[in-house]
Design a protein around this ligand. Structure first.
Ligand code: GLU
Length: 320
């Protein structure tokens, strides 16, 4: 059981977080997200929490959570409060899921990916590789209503949220400016619980951000495309929307996002010198200038980086 108190309101001050999925050790790309979110929290005198997003258990690598924590420690990126684990918070996701059901917006779906692809192809819709298929609403009932508890317990099927027509979401990203997505056109009714019974990232992250009182989300641009879905769920569940800042992605030599799939290697934390080299690389990627390139401790470097972060973000802090 996680020990979360009543969620603090934004009036209690800045609360940020780093939320890695434990699918492997930190690599140069995830260090950019860790450092950027840490700097933003510290530059604003805020708190920085660590959440291990181990909701997708089949993808998790045993021990990766502890390895990530050891790497963050080695980098001097200490977090406030106890690290939280999504795998221990199922009942909170279940409660939110049931709440959405009372709004009459959930329906079960037995379509496989192949069936969805075939339906779309038959309708002449071809989804480019790396883009999501917009669900063609095959299983959506013509009249939406709350499902019985018994039916909601059906775990062999996926459960989707029915979006209203014209579901345009807009938000201001602190780095990228105004962003918008038409959820119906670009995403479609999305899955909140998978057919293996696991709640999806979209639901879990929204519940956790709200219950942990997160006021500022600073993360990689690979997650930008998820933000409208998350804001939509926040609105449905009556949660506040935090401010968002999406950071430039670290790419490999082929222009691909660094990730476990592209075999990004673990950051090197063997010595303070190697940690400083990793931090410097991440700092440069974040656009930090005039940082000491030698003769400092990790703590001194982080202090200088916090000041540099304040300078580069001076014009893009949220307005009160
Ligand atoms: N767990 C997600 C990832 O590692 C990050 C989620 C988030 O920051 O919202 O990609």
């Amino acid at each position: 059981m996680s020990k979360l108190k009543n969620p603090p309101s934004p009036a209690d001050g800045y609360r940020g977080r780093f939320a890695p999925s434990p699918t492997g050790p930190l690599h140069a790309g995830s260090l950019v997200a860790a450092l950027g979110s840490w700097l933003d929290a510290r530059a604003n005198g805020g708190q920085w929490l660590l959440r291990i997003e181990d909701i997708d258990t089949p993808r998790c690598v045993p021990g990766a959570d502890l390895q990530i924590q050891a790497q963050l420690h080695a980098c001097g990126l200490f977090w406030d409060e106890e690290a939280s684990y999504q795998s221990r918070r199922q009942e909170h996701y279940q409660a939110a899921f049931r709440r959405l059901n009372t709004l009459g917006c959930l329906y079960s779906c037995s379509c496989s990916r192949q069936m969805i692809a075939n339906t779309l192809a038959a309708a002449g819709v071809h989804t480019p590789r790396n883009q999501e298929m917009v669900y063609p609403r095959t299983c959506r009932p013509s009249q939406m209503k709350p499902n019985s508890d018994e039916f909601l317990g059906e775990t062999k099927k996926a459960w989707r949220i029915a979006l209203p027509e014209n579901c345009q979401i807009q938000f201001e990203d602190l780095s990228l400016g105004i962003q918008g997505q038409d959820l119906c056109q670009e995403v479609g009714d999305f899955v909140l619980r998978r057919n293996d019974g696991l709640f999806t990232y979209q639901l879990a992250v929204v519940v956790d951000d709200a219950q942990q009182g997160i006021t500022h989300i600073v993360r990689g641009q690979d997650l930008l495309n998820n933000t409208a879905r998350q804001i939509y769920l926040q609105n449905q569940l009556g949660y506040p929307t935090p401010s968002y800042r999406h950071l430039p992605l670290a790419l490999d030599a082929n222009g691909e996002k660094l990730s476990k799939q592209t075999l990004a290697s673990s950051i090197n934390t063997e010595s303070d010198q190697s940690v400083l080299a990793e931090l410097r690389k991440a700092g440069e990627h974040l656009g930090l200038r005039d940082l000491p390139d030698g003769g400092t401790t990790i703590a001194e470097w982080l202090l200088a980086a916090t000041k540099a972060w304040r300078d580069v973000t001076a014009n893009t802090q949220p307005k009160d």
